[in-house]
Write a protein that binds this ligand. Sequence first.
Ligand code: SF4
Length: 363
Amino acid sequence: MAGPQQFIQPPFPTDLVEELHALVDRPIRVMVICGTQTRTLLKYSDEDILPEDLEIVTGPGCSICVMPAGHIDAFVKIGKEPDVITATCEDLLRVQGSQESLESIKQKGALVEVVDSPMEALDLARRYPNKIVVFTAVGFEGAAPDVAETILEAASEGIDNFCVIPSIRLLPPSLDSLMSDPELNIRGLLCSAHIQSITDSQAYADLARQHHLSCAVAGFGIAEILQGLISIVKQIISEKPIITNPFNNVAQTEETIRNSKIMSEVFFAVETDWRGLGSIEGSGFVIRDELSLYDAVKRFNVRFKKGEEEFQCQCAAVLSGRLTPDECPSFGISCTSRHPVGPCMAAQEGLCASYFRHIFGRL
Ligand code: SF4
């Protein structure tokens, strides 16, 4: 008789590790953009399995971490308005703005609810017609289609007590800015699979061509990551930088086209601020004027201003690959997962939080 279904851990891909070691014949720096992929590498102790000459640099792969204090200040300001319910992801709660966080205003009585999706926030609006539900739309481009779809659904149903603070960011412009820094000397980019549902390979192909980068798109398991790194190293050695993407198929292309269409119905790209990277042209979204009822920034007449960030926090250097979290003087001392100082420790997906769990044995 069949027992309960059990998750079978795939065998560790020793053959891929050996292949990578045999290939790397020179110092190579590769940026791993996605926080989840970085976490997988940490879990398998990347320093033990990767060749010494293959240096992994982490990128701005956590959308909560790249949120500047000024954006948190806007969330807090709107969250304190009467009759507002802020609907937010859990990770954002503890991230500190200039003075307060969503968690601290909740403790003082503001209505702040954790939701898992924009549709869940819209459901809150249906349940509480006498409140205005404000959804904090954070994430990279992968998050944008769901938010766009929710706004369109609210508009089609005539729901007017729902709106969104658009704080979604596009990765390719930020990577373009990072790759222009000769000090970083990045030769390869490992991209995660989920960005492919939004940004077709062209944005990354352009990036690769412009900066002579080798790129690979990979999933989140250790075998997929190693395959991606092998592809990058092969491209570098053969001096034929391309972009390899095992997810590029007809179904994926159709999804990308559908997502692009729905996003352009609701948003357009503008310049926005990033923690650690400054202001980057074309890297943020705003809601189109026709849908301004659903734009909380316009509805509450709030502006994203420059905020004050904790001076001892090195998140800016961590997010731009210039420092590893354990090189921050506060890491594990004044900044811990229980008492985070910066967003990279406050967010579950943050790099400092991932290092903290890894180093203190909590992965
Ligand atoms: S360890 Fe804490 S203080 Fe240091 S960079 Fe990370 S979040 Fe900021």
